[in-house]
Design a protein around this ligand. Structure first.
Ligand code: NDP
Length: 397
C-alpha cells in the first residue's frame, strides 16, 4: 500500500479523489492539496472519509511543494492542477524523491504551445533518481495512448493510420460553458490545427478541416481536426504510423460563441491594463463562465472517445475501432462531476493504481503508451470506463 498526494481540487481532482478512496486496497494514505484548501476539505466531506488529509499549497513554488512532500512523504504525486504547474511539481518530486503522474503536458502561461520537450528533458534526472514519471494519464491524452498500445500489441503488426475521435454529445443546458478549465480549454481549441503525415507535421487553420463522423449510440456529429498533444508521443513511439490525426466534435452554438469571444479579444492571453491593474482577458472570462464542476446536475447525454486505426495484420489490411461511451448522468451520480471530469479522473486513478502495484514502475519519464497496456485495460472495465471493439468496420476516415 502506498501514500498518494493529489494536487488540485477541481473537477478532475474530485473524480480522482473519489476513485482513489474506493481503491484503498492499494492507496494506504491520501492527501489532497491545492491553492484553496477549503475546496480540498469540501471534497473530503463529500467522500465522507475523514482520514483523507488536506493541505494548502501553491504549486507554482517548488519550495512549498518540497516542504509539503517532506512532511507527508508520499510515494506518488497525482498532478491534477493545471499544465502550468507540471515543471515545478516535477522539480519538487526530484528534490523530495517522489514519483509523478499528470494528465496534461506542460504549457508556458504566455504562449499556448503544446509539446513534450520540456517534460521529456527530465528523463535522465528521473532515471538517475530511480523515480517514475507517468505523463498524460487522462483520457486523451491517456486512454487514447493505451488503446493504441493495446491495438499494437494484440491486433496489428503495423499501425499505419491513427485517428483519435472525441465526441461530447452531452447537453448541459447552458448557452456556453467548457467541460474542463475554461482557460486551458479555450487556449487549446483556438490554436492552429496540425496533423502528422509521412514524417511531417501539416498545419491547418483553427478548426478548418471538419467532417461528420458517426459515434456509437449517438449518431453523426460534425468533427473538427485539431492538434492534440498525444499525437507527438504516439508518432514517436509507434514509428510505423504514416498518418495521425485528432478530431473533436463541437456544436454550432459553441463555435459561434467561441468566434465572438475571439473577435472581441476575450481569448487573449497577454496582460492588458484595466483600471490601473493588469488583467489577462481569458482569465477574466474564466471568472464569469460557468464552473465546469457545476455542470453535472443538469448534464444529459454521453461522451464517446476512441481510436480508429488502420494497419496490417498477417499481411492483410485491417481496421479497428476501440471506444468508450460515458454517460454524464452516471458520472454525476457516482462522483458529483460530469463526464469529462470523470473520463479524465478515472484513468488518472488507474495510472496511480498501476504504479502502486508495481506494474507501471520504471525510472525515467514516460508517456502512458510506453507501459504494458493490459492491466490498465482490465481496470478500465472494472472502474467505470468499459471499452468496446469493432473489427473491420467502416472507419469513415
Ligand atoms: P480546474 O480548473 O477545475 O481545477 C484545477 C485545480 O488546480 C483547481 O483546484 C485550482 O485551484 C488548482 N490550481 C491551479 N493553480 C494552482 C497552483 N498554482 N497551486 C495549487 N493548485 C492550483 O481544472 P480541471 O479539473 O478541469 O482540469 C485539471 C487538469 O486536467 C488540467 O491540467 C487539464 O488540462 C487536465 N485535463 C486533461 C484531460 C485529459 O483527457 N487528459 C481532459 C480534461 C482536463 P483553485 O481552486 O484555487 O483555482
Amino acid at each position: 500500500m502506498g501514500k498518494v498526494i493529489i494536487i488540485g481540487a477541481g473537477g478532475v481532482a474530485t473524480v480522482a479523489a473519489v476513485k482513489v478512496a474506493k481503491n484503498m486496497d492499494v492507496f494506504g494514505e491520501i492527501m489532497i492539496a491545492s491553492r484553496t484548501r477549503s475546496k480540498c476539505d469540501a471534497i473530503v466531506k463529500s467522500i465522507g472519509n475523514p482520514h483523507i488529509r488536506t493541505a494548502q499549497v501553491d504549486a507554482d513554488h517548488v519550495d512549498e511543494l518540497v516542504k509539503l512532500f517532506n512532511e507527508f512523504k508520499p510515494d506518488l504525486v497525482m498532478n491534477l492542477a493545471l499544465p502550468y504547474q507540471d515543471l515545478t511539481i516535477m522539480d519538487a518530486c526530484l528534490q523530495a524523491g517522489v514519483n509523478y503522474l499528470d494528465t496534461a503536458n506542460y504549457e508556458p502561461r504566455d504562449e499556448a504551445h503544446f509539446e513534450y520537450s520540456w517534460q521529456w528533458a527530465y528523463k535522465k534526472r528521473f532515471e538517475a533518481a530511480g523515480l517514475t514519471a507517468i505523463l498524460g494519464c487522462g483520457f486523451d491524452p491517456g486512454v487514447s495512448g493505451i488503446y493504441t498500445a493495446y491495438a499494437a500489441k494484440h491486433h496489428f503488426d503495423e499501425i499505419r493510420y491513427l485517428d483519435i475521435v472525441d465526441c461530447n454529445a452531452g447537453n448541459h443546458h447552458k448557452a456556453f460553458a467548457t467541460n474542463f478549465n475554461p482557460e486551458i480549454n479555450i487556449r487549446e481549441i483556438t490554436q492552429k490545427g496540425r496533423y502528422y503525415l509521412d514524417g511531417k507535421w501539416i498545419q491547418t487553420g483553427a478548426l478548418e478541416i471538419h467532417k461528420a463522423l458517426t459515434y456509437p449510440n449517438i449518431g453523426p456529429r460534425e468533427s473538427y481536426l485539431m492538434y492534440h498533444e498525444e499525437l507527438e508521443s504516439l508518432t514517436k513511439n509507434f514509428p510505423t504510423i504514416k498518418q495521425a490525426r485528432f478530431w473533436m466534435t463541437f456544436g454550432q452554438e459553441y463555435l459561434t460563441h467561441l468566434r465572438v469571444i475571439q473577435d472581441i479579444g476575450m481569448a487573449r492571453i497577454d496582460p492588458i491594463e484595466y483600471n490601473g491593474q493588469k488583467i489577462v482577458p481569458l482569465q477574466f472570462l474564466k471568472a464569469v463562465l460557468p464552473n465546469p464542476q457545476d455542470l453535472g446536475a443538469n448534464y444529459e447525454g454521453e461522451t464517446s472517445i476512441g481510436c480508429r486505426i488502420r494497419g496490417l495484420k498477417d499481411g492483410k489490411e485491417r481496421t479497428y475501432y476501440i471506444y468508450n461511451n460515458c454517460s454524464h448522468r452516471a458520472a454525476y451520480e457516482e462522483t458529483g462531476m460530469q463526464g469529462v471530469s470523470y473520463t479524465t479522473g478515472v484513468p488518472a486513478m488507474i495510472g496511480a493504481r498501476m504504479f502502486m502495484l508495481g506494474l507501471w514502475h520504471k525510472p525515467g519519464v514516460w508517456n502512458v503508451e510506453e507501459f504494458n497496456p493490459d492491466p490498465f485495460m482490465e481496470e478500465l472495465n472494472k472502474q467505470g470506463l468499459p471499452w468496446h471493439e469493432v473489427f473491420n468496420g467502416d472507419l469513415e476516415l
